[in-house]
Design a protein around this ligand. Structure first.
Ligand code: NCD
Length: 329
């Protein structure tokens, strides 16, 4: 996250000033790291209004949003597209599998090409940690990180926080157990930062092979066994095994993994009776979560997470384009 506005020749001053003034003095949303609790709360408050039905008055009419996804996505890409359209933006998706990236063009050349078409906001997902930040330094518009490698996925953490607040009334003091492949998960990293910043009691539950080396510095409680980590939990957040980021075997077999770390009704008996079950998707049923738990009508918030994703992304698009809104009418 960078507080400085970048000077770029040939662009009107309005394009490079902080979009929402003091409340959110950033050009981009690249991660949760570096955000103050009040800045996170500001985004959540806007998202709450959209989740409550605020329409947004076509605030982004006349603005161009490009979604640039170098990695697969269903929920994130679709919800950014729907969010942009609900706010009246012209939304364009670059299908990277059929673009010149396949002809060997670097992401920076692709970014510069898109930049020359003067988008107002770029939403980028990339397989390498740090790639979205580097790209943001090369373009003249706002950039939102839709996931960079195993580094950060800020809008996912924001929608998870919104889901907990809407269901439980607050985040502060809630015991949140994040379980599974913490090591390779950008969702886990962003959530640890955001939930801790807003006063939740964050636990991670994973086999030692799936815990990052620097876990002791993340300010969380660490558990190797589900029955210990889930005890009295208010929220249980399951993560997928990120096989695409693993080099070598991190678990003996998925069957054994499910036995010890898969979320089942039996393992949940030690949590609070009204525990909230969450998963960012895509789910691997029978690996990290049992079907009966995922589909538990009372306790599962998995579909609400998806719905709240649209509200959070509307808030982020709105906040980062404040200085441009109305200028094209
Ligand atoms: C996550 C991601 O891409 O990091 N999915 C998502 O955005 N909803 C989690 C995952 O892929 O397991």
């Amino acid at each position: 996250m960078t507080k400085e506005s970048k000077q770029t020749s040939g662009y009107p001053r309005a394009r490079i000033s902080p979009p929402s003034g003091e409340a959110f003095p950033y050009r981009h949303i690249l991660g949760i790291e570096g955000l103050d609790p009040s800045e996170i709360q500001y985004v959540l408050d806007r998202a709450m209004a959209y989740a409550d039905g605020e329409k947004g008055n076509a605030r982004l009419r006349g603005l161009t949003q490009i979604n640039l996804f170098f990695e697969n996505s269903t929920r994130t890409q679709m919800s950014f597209e729907i969010a942009g359209k609900r706010l009246g933006a012209d939304v364009v998706n670059l299908a990277t599998s059929s673009s010149s990236i396949k002809k060997g063009e670097t992401i920076f050349d692709t970014a510069m090409t898109l930049n020359a078409m003067r988008p107002d906001i770029l939403v980028v997902r990339h397989g390498d940690a740090g790639a979205v930040k580097l790209l943001s330094e090369k373009v003249d518009c706002a950039v939102i990180n839709a996931g960079d490698g195993q580094h950060e996925h800020p809008t996912q953490a924001l929608l998870d926080a919104l889901t907990i607040i809407r269901r439980r009334g607050r985040l502060h003091g809630q015991i949140v157990a994040i379980c599974g492949d913490i090591s390779h998960s950008r969702v886990g990293r962003s959530n640890i930062r955001l939930l801790s910043a807003l006063g939740a009691r964050v636990r991670v539950v994973a086999p030692p092979t799936l815990l990052p080396r620097d876990i002791d510095r993340m300010g969380v409680e660490v558990f190797w066994h589900m029955q210990d980590g889930l005890k009295d939990a208010d929220v249980v957040m399951m993560l997928r095994l990120q096989n695409e980021r693993m080099q070598g075997a991190f678990v003996p077999s998925t069957k054994e993994y499910y036995h010890f770390f898969g979320l089942t009704p039996e393992k949940l008996t030690v949590a609070k009776p009204d525990v909230l079950i969450m998963h960012p998707g895509p789910m691997n049923r029978g690996v990290e979560i049992a079907t009966s738990v995922a589909d538990d009508l009372d306790r599962s918030a998995i579909q609400e997470q998806v719905g709240n994703g649209v509200a959070v992304r509307m808030a982020c698009l709105d906040i980062l384009t404040r200085h441009l809104q109305g200028s094209t009418a």
